[in-house]
Ligand binder design. Structure first.
Ligand code: UDP
Ligand code: MG
Length: 323
């Protein structure tokens, strides 16, 4: 059932920040200007705000957030992690904090404002028309390196094949309604892959295209390892198809081996020839050795996922909160 949408929703803009001291003041200024403009135009409530999450930064990020909060406590809120937990958890903490502080909808956007913040106007229109989730879709990946472009494309292809049809080129720039936030609260797994989650809940979703800008300050805060971990977590937490593929491979291998065995017996006892077969043995050995280790690796990933979820550790620990 479609909830009645507030005329002027209370909006929260969530920004995950890791070592963003350099660019954060300019980001705050831009977003504050945007919030004021939207308030004046009657698009959002007067008490809409920015919720910045300091993901255990090692530089002066928290000082910047605190300074802006002191100057403007109504429009700037913040939480600080005790250590670095990664971008997904930082966004999640911002969303949870927004739900606690109170909001009708929340938008997550990167601290470097690479995503065009003006798309929030369109996000809000879609929200008011009834969408529970509005995903930003990049028009292109021109600002990304060749490596990131290809690995991202491969990731979305694999996810698609595995039945998790998340929209490609959707970085975590999206608007989610209060209803979506309430559902998120009930998903208690420690390592939640947000893109997968917001796709899986099945709420009414709209897509909005936006342009990507290049980073003005500092460098990317994502290491190759972090990207890899994010991709693996995305796959293993939303699809068990790799495990099924292993089972099917195993079954086919058994059939193949039985045929090969029968052929060997036939050649030896009926045709009375000793099969030469050295090359065959070596190839089969190498092939199955590799295959087994690869399959073990996949199973290991899932066991790792079960292991870390079964411990049910808290997702993150907050050090400070500015409301
Ligand atoms: N980020 C974070 N924790 C991390 C790494 C990144 O909160 O461990 C934040 C970062 O501050 C930024 C967003 O995630 O707001 C996206 O990071 P970045 O711009 O470095 O990624 P890229 O645009 O290169 O994919
Ligand atoms: Mg960026």
């Amino acid at each position: 059932m479609l909830e009645k949408r507030p005329e002027k929703p209370r909006l929260s803009i969530v920004i995950p920040c890791y070592n963003e001291e350099q660019g954060l003041p300019s980001t705050f200024d831009t977003l504050l200007k945007l919030i004021k403009e939207m308030i004046i135009k009657g698009k959002i409530a007067r008490d809409s705000y920015i919720c910045a999450v300091d993901d255990g930064s090692k530089d002066g990020t928290w000082e910047v957030i605190s300074k802006y909060h002191r100057k403007n406590p109504l429009h700037i809120k913040g939480v600080k992690f005790i250590r670095n937990y990664g971008n997904q958890k930082a966004i999640m903490a911002g969303l949870e904090e927004s739900r606690k502080v109170g909001c009708d909808c929340a938008v997550s956007i990167d601290a470097d404002l690479q995503q065009d913040e003006n798309a929030i106007f369109t996000f809000l229109e879609k929200y008011k028309a009834g969408a529970e989730i509005v995903c930003g879709i990049r028009t292109d990946r021109a600002t990304d390196s060749f490596f990131k472009k290809t690995t991202a494309m491969m990731f979305y292809k694999v996810m698609n094949l595995l039945g998790v049809k998340i929209p490609p080129n959707h970085s975590d720039y999206r608007l989610v309604s209060k209803k979506a936030l309430e559902i998120l609260e009930r998903y208690t797994e420690t390592h939640l892959f947000l893109r997968g989650f917001f796709h899986e809940v099945g709420l009414k979703t709209e897509y909005v295209k936006f342009n990507v800008k290049s980073r003005k300050f500092g460098t990317s805060k994502f290491s190759v390892y972090q990207l890899f971990a994010l991709a693996l977590n995305g796959i293993t937490s939303f699809s068990i198809i790799p495990l099924r593929i292993i089972a099917i491979l195993g079954f086919l291998t058994v059939i193949g081996s039985v045929c090969l065995g029968l052929e060997t017996v036939y050649e030896k006892y009926i045709l009375h020839i000793t099969p030469p077969g050295w090359a065959t043995v070596v190839i089969l050995l190498a092939l199955f050795g590799g295959l087994q280790i690869f399959c073990l690796g996949i199973i290991g990933e899932y066991i790792g996922q079960v292991y870390s979820e079964v411990k049910a550790r808290p997702r993150y620990i907050l050090d400070e909160e500015l409301r």
